[in-house]
Design a protein around this ligand. Structure first.
Ligand code: GDP
Ligand code: IMO
Ligand code: MG
Length: 422
């Protein structure tokens, strides 16, 4: 069975952990969108890995990992990540990692352009990860981007970068940010490409061969549904389609190759970066930060934390076609007497069961809560779903009803082993 894993909230739902858990029974793990704005934490046999561009299957021997055409690849960042993970004892060989020759390249100046955009936006800034994601996707859509395959032609690449830097440097100078010489950019990129070149190939026939021969495919989504460029809280979103469809356009595998969509959500809600967050709760944020939890895996920023928002989840289940829910971080609520679940928004006295599109409605959205009784029990040692306290099961049952999707996996701790199958 081939499966897409997607985030149902604003990212950091625990996708990495769920992908890693399911990789045991998979053959190929594929990233189809996003870039190193992602930070996927996997804790396996006591070792913590944080992956940004590498698919989480890289931690397993004998699994094939593909960085698809829809991903934006920062060659310098990817080499640093490979070196770090290799330093942790993971082998990254040419027969284990394949990078699409159609993937767009994040260039050093894209990161500075990202910073420039944020300065220009002032108090309306997106709160990006400053990894150059927006500017790289903008160049892709504007048809002036550079793809991995282009790097094979150094003359073309040099001309393209030289041309692009004319505009880019003008913008950077305006905001007193560092400007770039083409020669310096070329050197940086080609030094990284020496390490990456052997992995770059046409990944589409590799994926189709795996599919047709009955291998099990796992698509590792990055970010989350509310950060999707079409379905998210625009403009406070990322620049790719983070939803299920992005896995197909980002890999060259068709929708007919997929049988299951697992939507990952936390038992509460978190958000890092700017934008609306109706169920944001200072008390819950303080409590979780006090436990050393909910700090961004990529930027280290504290994530805002709030109650479970099923308005978001209901919508996310619809647009992704979620067949199964994976609810992580249930243990984060272990100490609470009561908890709130947002079942709808009130916008100027009108009840909304789905997220609005317009910004002013988002600003005015007030959560309508249902209160549930807590379980006040440490769940981190539970080894099966049946061992969970009754109130925890009731919480998950209500979540499932409100989203109209079954809960199939529950996370009670960050370790690979702390994943319960329902
Ligand atoms: P991703 O971006 O969706 O892969 O998620 P991140 O790795 O950015 O953030 C999820 C955080 O929650 C990480 O620190 C994980 O180690 C942690 N995590 C995942 N599942 C669980 C769980 O069930 N319980 C606990 N306590 N932590 C979890
Ligand atoms: P994973 O895969 C959480 C957020 C940023 C910002 C917005 C735009 O780990 O779930 P960008 O750098 O993409 O232009 O930033 O999106 N963001 C994430 N938040 N998890 C992520 O990835 C994110 N990737 C981007 O904080 O609000
Ligand atoms: Mg993350």
């Amino acid at each position: 069975m081939n499966t897409i894993i997607v985030g149902l909230q604003w990212g950091d739902e625990g996708k990495g952990k769920i992908v890693d858990f399911l990789t045991e029974t998979a053959d190929v793990v594929i990233r189809g969108q996003g870039g190193n704005n992602a930070g996927h934490t996997v804790i396996a046999q006591g070792t913590k890995y944080v992956l940004h561009l590498l698919p989480s299957g890289i931690l397993w021997d004998d699994k094939i990992n593909v960085i698809g055409n829809g991903v934006v690849v920062d060659p310098v960042g990817l080499v640093a990540e490979i070196q770090k993970v290799e330093g942790q004892g993971v082998s990254i060989t040419e027969d284990k990692l394949f990078i699409s020759d159609r993937a767009h390249v994040v260039l050093p100046f894209h990161k500075e352009l990202d910073a420039a955009r944020e300065i220009a936006l002032g108090d309306q800034k997106i709160g990006t990860t400053k990894r150059g994601i927006g500017p790289t996707y903008a160049d892709k859509v504007n048809r002036c981007g550079l793809r991995m395959a282009d790097l094979l032609d150094k003359e073309f690449t040099t001309a393209q970068i030289t041309r692009r830097l004319v505009d880019a440097n003008e913008v950077l100078a305006k905001y007193d940010l560092p400007t770039f010489e083409a020669a310096q950019v070329i050197e940086e990129v080609y030094t990284a490409f020496e390490r990456l070149g052997p992995h770059v190939t046409n990944t589409i026939p590799i994926l189709h061969k795996a599919w047709k021969s009955g291998q099990t495919l796992l698509f590792e989504g990055a970010q989350g549904t509310l950060l999707d460029i079409d379905f998210g809280t625009y403009p406070f979103v990322t620049s790719s389609n983070t939803t299920a469809g992005g896995s197909c356009t980002g890999s060259g595998l068709p929708p007919t190759a997929v049988q299951r969509v697992i939507g990952v959500c936390k038992a509460y809600t978190t958000r890092v970066g700017s934008g609306p967050f109706p169920t944001d709760d200072e008390g819950l944020s303080e409590y979780l930060h006090g436990l050393g939890r909910e700090f961004g895996a990529t930027t280290g920023r504290p994530r805002g934390c709030g109650w479970l928002d099923t308005v978001l989840l209901r919508f996310a289940c619809m647009v992704n076609g979620v067949t199964d829910l994976a609810v992580t971080n249930l243990d984060g609520l272990d100490a609470y007497d009561t908890m709130q679940i947002c079942v709808a928004y009130d916008v100027d006295g009108v009840r909304h069961e789905l997220p609005p599109a317009d910004r002013s409605a988002w600003e005015k959205a007030r959560p309508i809560y249902e209160t549930l009784t807590g379980w006040k029990t440490d769940t981190t040692g539970c080894k099966s779903f049946n061992e969970l306290p009754e109130q925890a099961k009731a919480y998950l049952k209500r979540l499932s009803e409100l989203c109209d999707a079954p809960v199939s996996f529950v996370g009670v701790g960050p370790d690979r082993a702390q994943t319960l199958v329902v």
